[in-house]
Design a binder for this molecule. Structure first.
Ligand code: G3I
Length: 304
């Protein structure tokens, strides 16, 4: 196949991308998006601060713009993200325990309900662990305690029974790492107790200080063995040329090698709009030219 989306589909996977609503009017951006990708994640527009800036007052405009574009092209949509310490509007931090609990459940109900049945997977909880494996000291952790993650997943299952429910995080790629082990133990506990969880999202923000680990494949396989799907949700890799291309190839090979790896999402269409200023971590350069990393991913998907 000649595009990432079609080549991945031939292997039973999706190939997706993060999209920002503000760029949809740029013809090269949208042409590249429509040609290459079969799944879309909103880069910021489905986050709590964007959707519910004031309590129980919802702004769907930018998120719907992305959603409608994607669905109009027959693309899948991943939901990102319901419960996260960052990009949280100020009012949430001022709530006491019982108000925070009801605000969290209401946010999940309203947001999942808005697109009920039409979002393939939701990042229900994002980045809840510290590097040392302890829980991140977020407002949710402080007020609701360890149980908040489980509460969020149970509310999410009820709000949209058709969506896959994911836990999503970064730096959980290396198997022999405290944070990876902590997330693994949580998923193991959830599946053992019947807490609804369907997938783990591996963000995949790699750079020279945090390169693709050699046991990445082992990590994906071990999580899959717990009975959940795995997805690469926010892939970008600092660098350029063949060095970068080889790492993209490695991620692609790992996903292809794990049956329960559903697909890969890269965190942006073009280097010029990457969230990592000064880096060139994506598959298309600032002029929408295909980079060596693109060729490596496509060839790998095509079995080369
Ligand atoms: O919308 C405001 C705009 O009104 C204002 O004028 C402008 C001035 O700075 O800021 C705009 O908000 C920015 C927002 O992106 C939308 O463009 C924020 O400053 C900026 O911090 C924010 O960055 C996003 C970042 O998440 C915030 O945490 C990045 O675009 C986005 O790529 C990044 O994505 C995260 C994932 O959600 C979770 N995993 C890590 C990943 C990378 O950090």
């Amino acid at each position: 196949a000649t595009t990432l989306g079609a080549a991945a589909a031939e292997r039973g996977k999706y190939f997706g991308v993060a999209v920002a609503a503000g760029h949809l009017g740029e013809s090269d951006y949208t042409a590249t998006l429509n040609r290459e990708f079969r799944s879309v994640t909103a880069e910021n527009e489905m986050k709590w601060d964007a959707l519910e800036p004031n309590r129980n007052q919802f702004n769907w405009g930018n998120a719907d713009r992305i959603f409608n574009h994607a669905r109009g092209q027959g693309m899948a949509v991943r939901g990102h993200t319901l419960v996260w310490h960052s990009q949280l509007p100020g009012w949430v931090g001022g709530l006491d325990t019982s108000n925070l609990r009801s605000a969290m459940v209401n946010h999940i109900n309203q947001v999942m309900g808005h697109w009920r049945g039409q979002i393939t997977a939701w990042d229900v909880v994002n980045e809840a662990f510290e590097e040392n494996g302890s829980r991140r000291n977020s407002v949710f952790q402080q007020r609701l305690g360890d149980g908040y993650i489980e509460e969020a997943f149970r509310a999410a299952r009820a709000a949209d029974p058709n969506a896959k429910l994911c836990y999503n995080d970064y730096n959980i790629d290396r198997w022999d790492y405290a944070k990876t082990q902590a997330v693994y133990r949580m998923v193991q506990d959830f599946t053992a107790r019947g807490v609804p969880i369907d997938c783990v999202g591996f963000q995949g923000h790699f750079n020279s200080g945090n390169p693709l680990p050699s046991n990445y494949h082992t990590t994906l396989g071990n999580f899959a063995s717990l009975g959940v799907d795995v997805q690469i949700t926010e892939l970008d890799i600092a660098g350029s040329g063949q060095t970068q291309a080889e790492q993209f190839r490695g991620v692609t090979q790992a996903c292809l090698a794990v049956a329960r790896c559903n697909g890969i999402t890269v965190w942006g269409v073009t280097d010029k709009y990457s969230w990592r200023p000064g880096d060139t971590p994506l598959l298309f350069d600032g002029n929408y030219n295909k980079k060596p990393a693109y060729d490596a991913v496509l060839a790998t998907l095509n079995g080369g």
